[in-house]
Design a protein around this ligand. Structure first.
Ligand SMILES: [Zn+2]
Length: 506
């Protein structure tokens, strides 16, 4: 069996004013793998592609690597030029070859200038060139706005089941296994798709069972019911895309996808049941239930009997599209007299100033707040340079490195600020350790992350004694009412007050 392997990942926060260009995908933060580079880089890793490759080899396929592109979400809307190059790199080689099956890894939240759902276009064109009989299986990230068109072109569409994501590899294996069973004629996968009118931003999608996560957002309960359904005869996969309210697009919103074995009616009934459950649970996404104002959060952390306390900067979540230079918490730490704390800010100007001054010297800096108007003003600080270095950290799936570029650690009072050339999401303690900071030893550890940090910090290493989700401004704030949406289908909760007609039914 000849199976093509391809993909494209970008989670596009359309509120981020800086476009994502072709040069970005091909640049130091991007991934641009052509042909054998895909298998060369991803084989043996815990990524989705790593899982697809391992499982494909177990089935004895002739797995043909086509193309994979990726860029972190710290930049906004993708240029049409970049999307077109990606589309051509995926579709053209598939059109030239002959394939029995197609495996695609798409993020599901990509947005381009004039193409609201570029992944649907890629899927449509792949379907068009392979014809209707070749099974196509897609694996996506649950922070996704899946367009209705996806279900017309793919035979199975399966998403991550965890947030923080710990099942990249498992879903890659599952996607390849579903394709393998379809190719052998054991199953005939068909997908039903429902879109309950619920809008969630990325901060409120955690479904973690981590010990400090006392409140379980709706995604936790939806995923639990989905897992029950998967045990039912005839159901192949149940996936729930939480949606990505950080993109203002025509496909924005939650999506329920049920893949059944030949029985489209069964798939549709189960998808509708989950859509109704999502609607019933919608009020659990209200931010006032879970978020703490900056000043209160810092005060609680300073006076906590046990530490470290992790402050999770919700509005400045680089994994959800923030440029990584929000200053609300930095300003709060300054107002509190620079307590024992460590945090990251992407700010190449300040990095340069620290490099020029040199280790041991004092510098006057205006830190952060330079890339996006809602992210706070630059914070003036006089600081001593403790370290200058180039920073690189292994990415969580092991198939590439996170490049932070030139970096400097500067200290005011007892607060250490890690200034970096490029933004990063501190999802693991390794980021701090690479900068010479042991998070276990600090009273306050700030992460530019909504919830992805929990897997490594909380579950694996048990570092924090308390986690506070901080209500900062910035484009990744989970509070949808702070944003102006122009393209999202209306009505939608919580922007509109309405009764959903799909709330009752079969
Ligand atoms: Zn995600």
């Amino acid at each position: 069996m000849r199976v093509a392997l391809a993909g494209f990942n970008h989670e596009t926060n359309t509120f981020n004013p800086r476009p994502t260009t072709l040069a970005d995908f091909r640049g130091p933060l991007g991934t641009w793998w052509v042909g054998d580079q895909v298998t060369g880089a991803a084989t043996g890793t815990r990524s989705v592609l790593g899982g697809m490759i391992d499982e494909g080899r177990a089935w004895g396929w002739d797995l043909i690597p086509i193309f994979f592109a990726m860029h972190p979400p710290t930049t906004g809307t993708i240029t049409d030029e970049a999307v077109d190059a990606i589309r051509a790199n995926i579709v053209d080689p598939i059109a030239r070859g002959r394939f029995d099956g197609i495996l695609l890894h798409l993020h599901g939240a990509a947005c381009a200038e004039n193409v609201p759902d570029p992944e649907a276009i890629i899927l449509r064109e792949v379907r068009c060139v392979v014809g209707s009989d070749v099974p196509i299986v897609v694996v996506f990230d649950l922070h996704a706005n899946i367009g209705r068109e996806w279900a017309e072109h793919a035979n199975a569409i399966i998403g991550y089941k965890t947030a923080p994501h710990t099942d990249f590899y498992d879903r890659g294996v599952e996607g390849a296994r579903i394709l393998g069973r379809a190719l052998r004629g054991e199953i005939r996968p068909v997908v039903a798709l429902e879109k309950p009118p619920v809008l969630i931003k990325s901060g409120l999608m955690s479904m973690t069972t981590a010990p400090l996560a006392l409140i379980k957002p709706p995604m936790f309960w939806l995923m639990s019911r989905g897992r029950e359904m998967e045990r039912e005869t005839g159901i192949v996969n149940v996936s729930i895309a939480a949606g990505f309210g950080d993109a203002d697009s025509a496909t924005t919103g939650m999506t329920v996808l049920v893949t059944a074995d030949g029985d489209r009616d069964l798939a549709r009934r189960r998808a509708r049941e989950l859509a109704r459950l999502a609607w019933r649970l919608r009020r659990g996404t209200q931010t006032e239930l879970v978020l703490t104002p900056v000043e209160t959060a810092i005060d609680r952390a300073i006076h906590a009997a046990e530490w470290p306390v992790i402050l999770a900067d919700q509005g400045n979540n680089t994994a959800g599209g923030s440029p990584g230079d929000g200053t609300a918490i930095l300003a709060g730490l300054k107002a509190a007299g620079w307590p024992d704390a460590a945090l990251f800010i992407a700010d190449p100007e300040s990095v340069n100033a620290a490099w020029e001054a040199g280790v041991g010297r004092e510098v006057d800096l205006r830190v952060g707040g330079k890339n996006e108007p809602t992210n706070g003003d630059p914070v003036a600080m006089r600081a001593r340079v403790r370290l200058i270095t180039d920073l690189e950290v292994d990415f969580v799936t092991g198939d590439r490195k996170a490049h932070l570029g030139r970096a400097a650690v500067v200290r005011s009072g007892q607060t250490d600020v890690v200034l970096t050339q490029y933004p990063s999401t501190q999802t693991t303690p390794a980021y701090f350790r690479a900068a010479g900071i042991e998070p276990r030893d600090r009273r306050i550890v700030v992460v530019q992350s909504a919830h992805l940090f929990r897997a490594a910090f909380e579950v694996q290493e048990r570092i924090p004694r308390m986690i506070i989700e901080v209500d900062t401004p910035g484009i990744t704030s989970p509070n949808t009412t702070r944003f102006t949406y122009r393209n999202v289908p209306r009505p939608i909760f919580p922007l509109d007050d309405f009764a959903w007609e799909g709330a009752d039914g079969d």
